[in-house]
Design a protein around this ligand. Sequence first.
Ligand code: ZN
Length: 105
Amino acid sequence: MVNECKTEKRYWSAEDCPPWCCGDHPLDDHPEDAVHATELSPIPVVAGSRGNQSAARSSYFDVARLQHVSGGEEWVFVGDGESGWVITKESAGRVLRALARVLEP
Ligand SMILES: [Zn+2]
């Protein structure tokens, strides 16, 4: 994945960022909060709740790839401004494959 950041980055340690990171890493970032992240990719959606699709509304889901700066597991965020999921990259792959199956004609 190439870096597709739209804004100029401020890194405290750019060489430590993976190529996909568009994260802002200010010096005063608390170490526990410091994550590498792709730029948010908002996806327009119409979202309802299970059993109540009549209350559906236009919204968006942001999607981003995350990894704590200390390394380890990569995560994927999917959600809107009110709620969302942070799941492992492997879990996101399973969701992707399941979506492909249910969307087959
Ligand atoms: Zn980074």
